[in-house]
Write a protein that binds this ligand. Structure first.
Ligand code: MF3
Ligand code: CO
Ligand code: CO
Length: 266
């Protein structure tokens, strides 16, 4: 399969799916408090997507080659968990940092977005800085998107900022094309060299979702077959948006009323 170019009509479907994914994060935010379990957050999001939004939670039973079907409806990655964290009965504690990753399917089209939450309102000084820098990395990557730019420009902008702050970029997982399929071509690496990779064209849709570690970049998989953690057990943070390439730049498809703003916007 190659990269699919979406028509204006198809982009309208993706806008809807994307906004709905963002709105799940708006909905769940007040529930991310000390004492909540990630399984409770999963259940609340599942019910909201299915019963309120009329969406399908894309992760549920998702089974890429080589993986067991994913048994939950969202991903919850806490502290040193990098991504694909399986919701469970573990209780969130004040000062934990947690990524909630939501992927909706509406009328067959996917929207994929994730945010970081600091349980109890704030984390450690390092945790707060990591979360903020990872958010800046996402938006620096987004800012490079326009027709004629290269995929490598995105990764280079992210890597430069993360490593400039003494953090590292996870290599094993990347952003991805998205549309009628959850994961399409191209792979969107969060590191690289400016000018490398394919040229961006209007109508391409993909995610940017940098995973930034406070320590070393290496990761490993837990025995549950899904949850990815940092090998050195250092903190990790991730933010994700679904992006469309427009005639002049980019459109963020997963914005919603409660989405944190572009930190570089005037
Ligand atoms: N939402 C994740 C992403 O950003 C993928 C999760 S796959 C799952 O690509 F099966 F773990 F849900
Ligand atoms: Co994604
Ligand atoms: Co995601």
């Amino acid at each position: 399969m190659s990269i699919t170019i979406k028509t204006p009509e198809e982009l309208e479907y993706m806008r809807v799916a994307g906004r709905l994914a963002g709105e799940v994060l708006d909905y769940i935010a007040p529930f991310v408090v000390p004492g909540a379990t990630t399984a409770e957050l999963d259940r609340l999001c599942h019910d909201y997507m299915v019963n309120v939004q009329g969406c399908i939670p894309a992760p549920l039973n998702y089974a890429p080659p080589g993986y067991q079907p994913y048994p939950k409806s969202i991903c919850t990655s806490v502290n040193h968990q990098v991504c694909h964290g399986l919701p469970n009965d573990r209780t969130l504690k004040k000062g934990d940092i947690v990524n909630l990753d939501i992927t909706t399917i509406k009328d067959g089209w996917h929207g994929d977005t994730s945010r970081m939450f600091s349980v109890g309102g704030t984390a450690s000084i390092l945790g707060n800085r990591l979360v903020a820098i990872a958010h800046e990395c996402l938006w620096l990557g987004i800012a490079t998107v326009k027709p004629g730019a290269r995929l490598g420009d995105i990764g280079a902008a992210i890597q430069r900022h993360a490593e400039g702050q003494g953090f590292s970029v996870v290599r094993e997982f990347c952003g991805h094309g998205i549309g009628l399929k959850f994961h399409e071509e191209p792979q969107v690496l969060h590191y690289g060299k400016p000018g490398d990779g394919i040229r961006l064209e209007p109508g391409m849709t993909f995610t940017i979702e940098p995973m930034i570690n406070a320590g070393k970049a290496a990761v490993s998989e837990l025995p549950d077959g899904w949850t990815i953690v940092t090998k050195d057990r250092s903190l990790s943070a991730q933010w994700e948006h679904t992006i469309a390439v427009t005639a002049t730049g980019y459109e963020v498809m997963t914005l919603s009323a409660g989405a944190p703003k572009n930190p570089f916007a005037p």
